[in-house]
Each structure stands twice: as C-alpha cells, then as structure tokens.
Design a protein around this ligand. Structure first.
Ligand SMILES: [Zn+2]
Length: 163
C-alpha cells in the first residue's frame, strides 16, 4: 500500500469499478450513458459510509457497462433501502450525509454476515471506486444555437430525509 498517494484510499484491494449514481427515478440506464452500449446487471455489496460513523455493506443490483467498467446505482432505491435499515437500527442518522465508497468482495461479505469482522480486517476485502459521479442530465428539446440546454434538476430525496 502506498500511503502517500494523493487520493486517500480506503480499501486495501485495488480500485475496481467506476460508479455513477443516478438521481432520476424514471431513468433505468438499460444502456450506458457514456458509450451507449447495452448494460447488464451486477449484484454486489456496496460499501456505504453514513455520517457520523456507520459503515455498511449493502447487497445491491447495479446496472453495469462492461465496456466502461461502470456501475450505475439508483439513488432513490439505495436511499430507500438505507432508510429502511436505519429506521430500526439508528433512526437518528436517517437523512445524514453518506458516501458510497466502493465494493466488498462477495465471499468476505457472505462470511461477514455470519460473523462481522473488525473494520481493520474488512479493509482487506474492499475495493474503492476508481471514480464516482452523480449523473446530471440536460433538458431535452430544441434550444437556440449557442445555448447550452439547462440541467434537469433531479427530484429531491424522499426517503432519506430528516423527520
Ligand atoms: Zn459504457
């Protein structure tokens, strides 16, 4: 591990996927927003940090473009699942800031379900994302030459909000 690298890395495995978070519930990303190829599905445990100090692995089915090596996750789905989990476990954190950091190796994740590992051990099974972005779409329709289409404001979170 190169601890001096400028980008702070979390997991000990090499970064694996790029990740795109899609905040538009009606967009399903059956094709890749970057290259247009048809996307498949990939179910894997996403590692999510919820402020102030929760770290959870969420087994989630992403859309996946093999050409771009990019996962697409739906923000509203993920927030719904998070809200359902934390409503019981720790309702005070619902609506807090969260970061989707990377993926957890499947085998380790399964074993972790039986006997939760210490975070230090868990790091050996975590790959950070190579990159992370939240998708913004521009409005469709006709615009005058030289005018950049305005960004379509994504709908606000509905489940992951402070009550
Ligand atoms: Zn692609």
């Amino acid at each position: 591990m190169n601890k001096k690298s400028a980008q702070k890395r979390f997991g000990h495995l090499p970064p694996k996927y790029k990740f795109s978070l899609n905040p538009y519930p009606e967009m399903r990303f059956t094709s890749c927003s970057h290259c247009g190829a048809k996307t498949g599905q990939r179910k894997l445990p996403l590692l999510i940090h919820v402020d102030p100090q929760h770290l959870i692995a969420l087994n989630y089915t992403c859309r996946y473009c093999s050409r771009c090596n990019m996962l697409f996750g739906h923000k509203h789905e993920i927030e719904y699942i998070l809200a359902e989990m934390f409503k019981r476990a720790d309702p005070g954190v619902v609506g807090n800031r969260y970061f989707i950091i990377g993926t957890v190796e499947k085998k380790a994740w399964r074993e972790g379900m039986q006997a939760p590992k210490q975070l230090e051990d868990a790091l050996d099974f975590i790959s950070d994302f190579k990159s992370f972005e939240e998708i913004r779409m521009t409005m469709g329709g006709w615009f005058k030459e030289g005018i950049t289409p305005p960004v379509m404001e994504p709908p606000k979170s509905t489940d992951w909000v402070k009550r």
